[in-house]
Design a protein around this ligand. Structure first.
Ligand SMILES: C[S@@+](CC[C@H](N)C(=O)[O-])C[C@H]1O[C@@H](n2cnc3c(N)ncnc32)[C@H](O)[C@@H]1O
Length: 343
């Protein structure tokens, strides 16, 4: 308040205070009394005008009368009561000196225009009762009403956050705000314009990025498709390979069997070879031809013989008479007999 009074004095103009939603006037008179106390003997230097408005006409009529019961003034210090009130029946009436500062009027913030060139606007415990939209309208009204650097005081539970571009917080606990100067607002506006331009170009970048991402997405989708086809082909090849694997396994088993057979034939052959070492005769089954004759006989000793080869047969040759013992071994169409000399 001293700062505001000094500024008004320096400006050579009046100090204009608006108590909006003042109700029955206590707030407006308190502001007038504070100014009067601060000015004391210099009251003539600065003219103070307090606009006390409310939507409620009856409340305004009450305030305009300026008469309060003793109980309603319990918090007012005795010397203040003495200086600024006069006895009126059971209560007190506001002094003429204070009354000259006051202008009471009915004013609805949701409909009426702002008051001009206000230095301090006090609007306590009103905004919280309004819708968000009306709160914003009321704050816009105060922003229009206040001079550059003018102050706004709200109720402690209220805020000017909805119009934070126009109001700078001075004291958050006491809900005191300063209206930014027009120059500040212009700079803010320019900043916002630049921000908007930057946002627009950032948006363009994002859009370009989005387009690129979309293209990449399409490429990825195509690649995906190709991969799926490749995977299907691989699966088919896999199936074929598996089938071939099965064939190979079967072949391997067959080969194993064959090897087994060859092994046992080899064993038989070994026996044959062992037998050949002794007196044996090998006969081809298909035509009864002698293929081998063991010592001391020779194939030619059997030249006259054809067929009739069986176990127990007797063979007479120039080298003596022999008996064939059982065919011990039979290998792929050949019979092997042992020879026993009997003369
Ligand atoms: C809770 S009182 C606050 C009174 C005083 N400011 C205080 O803090 O003690 C709210 C006042 O706001 C007034 N009010 C409500 N809506 C209003 C509007 N749209 N325009 C002006 N005054 C309004 C009511 O009539 C009421 O007197």
């Amino acid at each position: 308040m001293p700062e505001l009074l000094t500024a008004a004095r320096a400006r050579g103009s009046e100090l204009r205070i608006w108590s909006a939603g003042t109700s029955t006037g206590e707030e407006a008179y308190s502001l007038a009394i504070v100014c009067s106390e601060l000015l004391r003997d210099h009251a003539g230097d600065v003219r103070v005008r307090i606009f006390a408005t409310d939507a409620d006409e009856q409340a305004i009529a009450f305030g305009r009368r300026g008469v309060y019961a003793r109980d309603a003034l319990g918090a007012v210090p005795a010397e203040v009561l003495e200086r600024h009130f006069v006895h009126a029946g059971d209560g007190f009436e506001i002094s003429k000196r204070i009354r000259t500062m006051m202008i009471f009027g009915q004013h609805d913030l949701s409909r009426r225009a702002p008051l001009p060139r206000i230095d301090l606007c006090v609007c306590r415990n009103l905004l919280s009762g309004l819708t968000d939209q009306l709160q914003k309208r009321a704050l816009q009204l105060f922003a229009f009403a206040l001079r550059d650097d003018g102050y706004l005081i709200l109720g402690e539970a209220e805020s000017a956050g909805a119009l934070s571009d126009d109001f700078e917080v001075v004291d958050p606990a006491l809900a005191i705000y300063r209206r930014r100067t027009n120059a500040e607002l212009r700079r803010l506006n320019e900043r916002l314009t630049i921000d908007a331009a930057e946002t627009a170009s950032a948006n363009e970048d994002i859009e370009t990025l989005n387009e690129e991402m979309q293209t990449t997405n399409e490429e990825l989708a195509a690649l995906n498709e190709e991969l799926r086809a490749t995977v299907e082909e691989l699966n088919a090849s896999n199936d074929e390979l598996e089938a071939r694997g099965d064939d190979l396994e079967r072949l391997a088993e067959a080969r194993e069997e064959q090897l087994g057979r060859i092994g046992s034939q080899r064993t038989a052959l070994v026996k044959v070879l062992e037998a050949i070492a002794g007196s044996v005769v090998i006969v081809r089954v298909s035509d009864g031809a002698i293929m081998h004759a063991g010592t001391p006989l020779e194939v030619s000793d059997f030249a006259a013989m054809r067929g009739g080869w069986s176990s127990g047969s007797t063979v007479t040759s120039p080298k003596g008479t022999f008996t064939l013992t059982s065919a011990e071994v039979q290998v792929d169409g050949y019979l092997v007999f042992r020879l026993r000399r009997i003369d």
